[in-house]
Design a protein around this ligand. Structure first.
Ligand SMILES: [Zn+2]
Length: 142
């Protein structure tokens, strides 16, 4: 299956069909960043390498986005068609926290510490089809 079209292709790499987040890691001190950066704010080094952050984490904090965000949010929704969505900080297995959309927008189904996994969701429709963005969803029970 071809991989979905992404709004920000540089944030994602695929391992088979499984999307992984990609950040950067400082070659000097090992600090990890997401999104990737060109230089390290910890030690000021400028030699960074792409770093696979995996696709699993746990919910660290969250809220429900209940109204249409201001630009540069560009999903194509209007105030009338907007659907509330969850947004949270996800602590990845590597220890770094990333801000992400959540597939769940129901407070009753969100719990700090719950296991999550990366997925891709349709974000915007263009003439060429759907553009996807990343989100975290509750992890399938192992
Ligand atoms: Zn560094």
């Amino acid at each position: 299956m071809p991989h979905p079209v992404l709004a920000s292709p540089d944030l994602i790499r695929f391992e088979g069909d499984t999307p992984h987040l990609v950040g950067s890691r400082c070659n000097e001190c090992g600090e990890v960043y997401f999104p990737a950066t060109d230089s390290c704010t910890r030690c000021t080094a400028t030699r960074m390498s792409p770093h696979d952050l995996g696709h699993r984490g746990t919910l660290w904090s969250w809220t429900i986005q209940g109204f249409l965000p201001k630009a540069p949010y560009n999903s194509g929704e209007t105030a009338e068609t907007f659907q509330p969505y969850g947004v949270g900080y996800v602590e990845l297995d590597s220890g770094i926290k990333v801000e992400s959309r959540l597939t769940v927008a129901d407070e009753a189904k969100l719990q700090i510490g719950m296991p999550l996994e990366l997925t891709l969701i349709p974000y915007r429709r263009t003439d060429d089809g759907e553009v996807h963005t990343f989100a975290f969803r509750p992890a399938a029970s192992a």
